[in-house]
Design a protein around this ligand. Structure first.
Ligand SMILES: Cc1ncc(COP(=O)(O)O)c(C=O)c1O
Length: 401
């Protein structure tokens, strides 16, 4: 069953987004990172921002704040109602019943990863990460002087899979935590109930905390259901800190607002051991835009996700038909395609070769883990026309090694 059937009753806005008509000249006026890092002759398809227009309820709430000169401090974070909106959303979409008092509003997902590591582990402790992985996971372990325990995903004919034997073998008496990314960036896997149950059982057996980044949960394809790992059993839940936000699915990452949900008081108290002002503050606009996203913008998300699913197919078909030296497993979620260019023999790294020869900016594979120098990541959250241009540039780049 498609989880779009779980739309909340508060969905009030329907959209006609005309996503095919996005103009590159308009995108180039943006000041955010994706469109404002490279020179104007470069087509950017890298950092995870979408090229789509905002959901109208989000635009409305932001415009109302600006029109009313209403940019003061937010009231107490709990009093804003956002933790309750989070609980409502998790129950409606994922059948996950949470106590909103166990949910904190935090600045952003990556901040949540760093704070969790700081308060729940010690320098030198082992932290398990499934690579390839969204680069801040690696930086979070390194920057906090913890030990990276790399559990490489297996690249099988069916797609990327968790190597449970290697995972078990990697655990020693100083291993304390698993940093889970589900849905997984960059492989775009949606881990199954069986996989998550096995991972959870290992965590319980070895007394590991699970920090689960579920920021891509709303972007699954083919009717796949995202399963919050904290829903699997009380034993798993009590050792799980889940971090999520509306920023990825609703394309508002510049507004800086996320939620950390604690599976037990122990986790929450540990998190609060770092004073709030060191953890940082959340702005008014992020809070209310997140509420507008989760309560009123489901029709927008349904339309965008359907568009992304078609783009996902376009990427997979193009790679299969036109890029014989590039390997790719069709994305199960996200809008990020992970491309294995090992057999393409591109000079330097694939991303640098493609940038230099075709002026297309992708992500460098090596930033996702030491063994992934010959991979690159493509962001396909754009119009079909711009995506076609990006894919053609990749094709030309593979012809000019
Ligand atoms: C898996 C994952 N986690 C976190 C983030 C960033 O979240 P935030 O901007 O809230 O730190 C991203 C952004 O692409 C991501 O892909």
């Amino acid at each position: 069953m498609s989880d779009s059937s779980n739309s909340t009753n508060n969905d009030t806005e329907s959209n006609e987004l005309h996503l095919d008509d996005i103009e590159i000249e308009d995108l180039r006026k943006r000041v955010s990172e994706k469109w404002n890092t490279y020179p104007a002759d470069v087509l950017p398809a890298w950092v995870a921002e979408m090229d789509f227009p905002l959901a109208s309820p989000i635009r409305k709430i932001l415009s109302t704040a600006l029109d009313g000169d209403d940019l003061g401090y937010p009231i107490g974070l709990r009093a804003t109602g956002l933790p309750d909106v989070f609980s409502e959303r998790m129950e409606n979409r994922y059948g996950w019943k949470t106590d909103s008092r166990m949910a904190d509003v935090i600045t952003d997902v990556v901040q949540g990863l760093y704070v969790s590591i700081e308060v729940l582990t010690e320098p030198g402790d082992g932290i398990i990460v499934q690579t390839p992985i969204y680069p801040p996971f690696l930086n979070a372990v390194k920057d906090t002087k913890r030990r990276l325990v790399e559990n490489r995903l297996l690249n099988t004919d069916e797609g990327w899979r968790i190597d449970f034997d290697a995972l078990r073998a990697s655990i020693d008496d100083r291993t304390r935590m698993i940093l889970l990314c589900n849905p997984h960036n960059p492989t775009a896997r949606v881990f199954t109930e069986a996989e998550l149950t096995e991972l959870g059982a290992i965590a319980c057996e070895h007394d590991l905390v699970i920090v689960s980044d579920e920021v891509h949960a709303d972007l699954t394809f083919d009717g796949r259901k995202h399963i919050p790992i904290a829903t699997l059993s009380p034993e798993i839940a009590e050792r799980t800190l889940t971090i999520t936000s509306a920023t990825k699915a609703f394309n508002i990452p510049g507004l800086r607002c996320a939620i950390a949900h604690f599976g037990s008081k122990r986790l929450q108290q540990a998190y609060h051991s770092i004073p709030r002002h060191i953890r940082g503050g959340v702005g008014l606009l992020g809070i209310y835009a997140t509420q507008a996203a989760w309560q009123q913008s489901q029709p927008w998300l349904d339309e965008v996700r359907a568009y992304l699913e078609t783009n996902r197919n376009i990427v997979a078909d193009f790679v299969a038909e036109r890029l014989p030296n590039i390997k790719h497993h069709k994305c199960e979620a996200t809008y990020l395609a992970w491309l294995d260019c090992t057999e393409a023999n591109l000079s330097g790294s694939p991303a640098s070769h493609i940038l230099e020869t075709q002026r297309l900016a992708l992500n460098e594979g090596r930033t996702f883990g030491a063994d992934f120098n010959q991979f690159t990541r493509l962001n396909f959250a754009t119009s079909k026309r711009i995506l076609a241009e990006a894919l053609e540039r990749i094709e030309k780049a593979t012809q000019s090694t």
